[in-house]
Design a protein around this ligand. Structure first.
Ligand code: SAH
Ligand code: SF4
Ligand code: F3S
Length: 478
């Protein structure tokens, strides 16, 4: 049996706390001892969950490469394999337990492989307890707050040959100056804030990610300026509730102000996610109208169209309030493409309440949505709410909802038929049929016949010839 070194264990009780204290900013440095830890060793990171996790994986990759590791060509056989996990729903976790099962086999073939689990799952008491009790082959357990400790934790795991666990359930810090290996050379994630203070009753994120905390605007603006000078075309600003940006800094500088300032950096395309409907303010909406670089597209999760359910979810807005934001957005940015997130089967959601959601979907004319069946998360308030709705009924509602959502996707593509759109080229299409693909300003995936790899990372003009549910097809103009 492997020894355990428990440097810190998760505590939901601590994770729930919000003390009124200043958030420390930590500037990344690495101790000399660890500088060559990864020499002649390879690494692989598997990322699950949201864009926040993708951005975190880019930081972990940066840290690993800085201490000598190289990216493995064969991820399942790397010397260090890290799973950057998500805890948002039960099925997200099931997938991860499945991958861990596969890795167990790989480790039998290569006992020197070091397996780490990072991200949101270890922040849950239950998950970490399960790892401690039944997953002897995992060497490193690290949460969302201590990526910067990766070098010393790896060092400790090699030295001790024990399972090293450090999961911190504090409100969190802000990490600056950490190295990053970005996935793309033309599109970049830019964190503007971390954590969440909303405490929607179904959601685990405020517990796994800590307190809402904003990066200093200078740090964000400088990062974007650097991206522009390295040739980046598009940025996506990240936060669980970007519209709360700056509130914790108390300087009166808001998300809208940040959009206006970032527009001046020369970056060509700005997107942001996620927006909370209650906090989406007039200035932000005006910035969407005024700033050429801010793309005419918004993901605005509504979760439900029923006021009583919204109240029990602690979303702090009503159907009417949501729709009035939608109306205002369309006044300011008439061709805006709106997408959303919806949960069906929230505890004891009635048929009528579900139908109110269907009504809102039609009213709001969404052009896409992530739709989910409610999943119970231990430690959240909704986990204690009575629920008499059967699984079968929940699945039926999801299917019914998706008929409307998929029609919205199709409509959203149809409106560009025969128009010329600007596509930022990502690369060859996945099905390998001589097509390339990329996204339009409205975030519509577009495929077009082309084999000129020099166009990757460039914006090209494409005439849309076909509108499908999940994408558009077009012809390259130039
Ligand atoms: N901060 C973002 C979203 C974070 S999670 C926001 O507030 O919009 C992404 C989506 O997962 C949520 O919008 C919600 O629709 C869904 N989700 C979160 N917790 C869930 C749960 N317990 N069960 C089902 N879906 C959930
Ligand atoms: Fe979760 Fe709500 Fe925070 Fe989004 S705003 S991360 S749904 S608690
Ligand atoms: Fe998942 Fe954590 Fe993101 S729970 S959705 S990876 S914040």
């Amino acid at each position: 049996m492997m020894k355990n070194i428990k440097l810190a264990l998760p505590s939901l009780k601590d994770a729930r706390m919000r003390k009124n204290k200043t958030i420390p900013t930590v500037r990344y440095t690495v101790e000399h001892t660890y500088k060559n830890l990864g020499q002649n060793k390879t690494y692989a990171i598997f990322t699950y969950g949201c864009q926040g996790n993708e951005a975190d994986s880019e930081v972990m990759a940066g840290i690993l490469e800085e201490i000598g590791y190289t990216k493995s060509e064969d991820p399942m056989s790397a010397d260090v394999v890290i799973l950057n996990t998500c805890a948002i729903r039960e099925n997200a976790e099931q997938r991860i337990w499945g991958v861990l099962g596969q890795l167990k086999g790989k480790k039998r073939e290569n006992p020197n492989m070091l397996i780490g689990i990072a991200g949101c799952m270890p922040q849950e008491e239950n998950a970490t307890n399960k790892i401690l009790e039944s997953y002897g082959f995992i060497d490193l357990v690290i949460g969302t707050h201590n990526k910067n400790h990766l070098p010393q934790l790896l060092y400790e795991a090699y030295r001790s040959k024990a399972k090293v666990v450090e999961v911190i359930s504090s409100e969190g810090e802000i990490l600056e100056d950490a190295p990053k290996v970005r996935e793309s050379n033309h599109k970049a994630w830019v964190n503007i804030m971390y954590g969440c203070d909303e405490f929607c009753t179904y959601c685990i994120v405020p517990y796994t990610r800590g307190r809402e905390r904003s990066r200093a605007k200078e740090d964000i603006i400088n990062e974007v300026k650097d991206l522009v000078s390295s040739g980046y075309i598009e940025i996506t600003l990240l936060g669980q509730n970007v519209n709360a940006y700056g509130k914790d800094l108390g300087e009166g500088y808001t998300f809208g102000d940040l959009l206006y300032d970032l527009d001046k950096t020369g970056i060509q395309r700005i997107r942001y996610t996620t927006s909370h409907p209650r906090d989406l303010d007039e200035k932000t909406m005006q910035a969407m109208r005024d700033c050429k670089s801010v793309m005419p597209q918004l993901h605005l999760p509504v979760q439900s169209g029923d006021d009583e359910v919204l109240k029990r979810m602690n979303r702090k807005y009503t159907y009417e309030e949501y729709m009035s934001k939608v109306k205002r957005l369309r006044e300011l940015v008439p061709d805006i493409s709106l997408t959303t997130d919806i949960i069906v089967g929230f505890p004891n959601e009635t048929r009528q309440q579900f139908e109110n959601t269907l009504k809102l979907v039609q009213d709001a004319k969404f052009e896409g949505a992530y739709t989910f069946i409610y999943s119970k998360r231990e430690g959240t308030p909704a986990a204690n709410m009575p629920d008499d709705i059967t699984d079968e009924e929940k699945h039926k509602r999801l299917e019914e909802l998706n008929v409307y959502i998929n029609a919205g996707y199709l409509e959203g593509h149809k409106r560009f038929l025969n128009q010329i759109v600007e596509v930022l080229v990502d690369g060859p299409s996945k099905n390998g049929d001589g097509m390339m693909c990329g996204y339009t300003p409205h975030l519509k995936l577009t495929h077009f016949k082309c084999s000129d790899l020099s166009l990757v990372g460039k914006i090209v003009k494409v005439k849309v010839t076909e509108a499908k549910t999940w994408f558009m097809i077009g012809e390259l103009c130039e």
